[in-house]
Design a protein around this ligand. Structure first.
Ligand SMILES: C[S@@+](CC[C@H](N)C(=O)[O-])C[C@H]1O[C@@H](n2cnc3c(N)ncnc32)[C@H](O)[C@@H]1O
Length: 311
């Protein structure tokens, strides 16, 4: 289920539901959780449970999506109702492992290389040179965090452009790039560095030729680029975990705030602000804004994009 667009995944959500309805028609019985709808009260309970865990807020019109995602787990665990599954997540000795599966089931992991080329350009043409000019002495370092990295394309894009544009000018620069995501499966996929056509479709030919090796239908990222990036699981709602990340110069938090409600956006963005070094930058997605979420940042314009700067 990796690397599918939200639209595709929504469609999948609907088709799972039709399958379930199909099974009902085939006489498999309406006591199966597969065929059940969340009652309004159950929907509220699930929505609150998920929201409290990770900030993701299922809007009313995404109820069907939540149903189809939960049904997969209910079926897998051979449970018979949404209520039983919620109880399992709250009390079963294996609940922590199951939360990993829940996060995998409910997150949308759409991403690809060079998803935001203007941000990549701003990073290497403006932001990194500016930050390095402010660092005293000859020992220079830069730390970049892709805070909802999914399968790693955003973090690896930063590594490639830094290797191509920055490192020739600053050969002794220490570069640290970290990708984190709540979904364990995508983090493991990111570590492997093996991608499908979908991920590389927006990659400039120079980068595709230089930094990928094709094997069958897969594209393997260059070992040097792989070595520049570390991945781990992290829930953006985990304040302690975020503090433990330490200070960072550039944070990407793109295309994830859209799944949160206003309160969780405010909380997460505030924590990210605190994680930035002075003069550090936050990047969010094309269609996202911090309007109404944070006034702490200074908006800085770059060609075809903006960055949010910590003053
Ligand atoms: C649509 S992808 C965006 C990937 C990448 N940032 C990009 O823009 O291409 C959103 C990612 O956010 C992750 N996510 C959702 N809620 C999260 C949370 N509370 N903490 C960390 N990651 C989360 C999902 O697992 C998913 O991989």
């Amino acid at each position: 289920m990796l690397n599918t667009s939200p639209t595709l995944r929504s469609t999948l959500g609907s088709s799972l539901r039709s399958n379930s309805l199909g099974k009902l028609n085939l006489g498999l019985g309406n006591t199966s959780a597969q065929t059940q709808k969340l009652t309004p009260q159950e929907f509220e309970e699930w929505r609150k449970y998920i929201y409290d865990l990770c900030g993701i807020y299922f809007q009313d019109n995404k109820k069907y999506l939540l149903e189809s995602r939960l049904q997969k787990r209910i079926k897998h665990l051979k449970l018979s109702s949404y209520a039983q599954y919620l109880q399992y997540l709250k009390t079963n000795p294996k609940r922590e492992q199951e939360k990993i599966q829940l996060f995998e089931a409910i997150t949308i992991n759409e991403t690809y290389f060079f998803r935001n080329q203007p941000q990549a350009d701003a990073l290497v043409n403006n932001i990194i040179p500016e930050l390095l000019a402010k660092q005293p002495g000859s020992f220079k370092r830069i730390r970049i965090w892709s805070a909802a990295s999914s399968t790693g394309e955003e973090a690896y894009t930063a590594a490639m452009v830094i290797n191509e544009i920055i490192l020739p000018k600053y050969p002794t620069l220490k570069v640290e790039i970290i990708g984190t995501d709540i979904n364990y499966a995508v983090v493991e996929a990111a570590k492997k560095g093996v991608f499908k056509e979908y991920s590389i479709r927006n990659t400039p030919p120079l980068y595709l030729k230089k930094y990928f090796r094709k094997e069958g239908n897969s594209y393997l990222i260059d070992q040097k680029i792989k070595n520049m990036v570390k991945f781990k699981t992290l829930n953006l709602y985990d304040e302690v975990g975020i503090r433990m990340m330490g200070k960072t110069d550039v944070i990407y938090c793109a295309n994830v705030l859209i799944y949160f409600d206003l309160q969780s956006k405010i909380k997460v963005v505030n924590n990210l602000y605190n994680s930035l070094n002075p003069n550090g930058y936050l990047f969010i997605g094309y269609s996202e804004t911090l309007h109404g979420i944070s006034k702490a940042f200074k908006l800085v314009s770059f060609p075809k994009t903006i960055g949010y700067k910590k003053g």
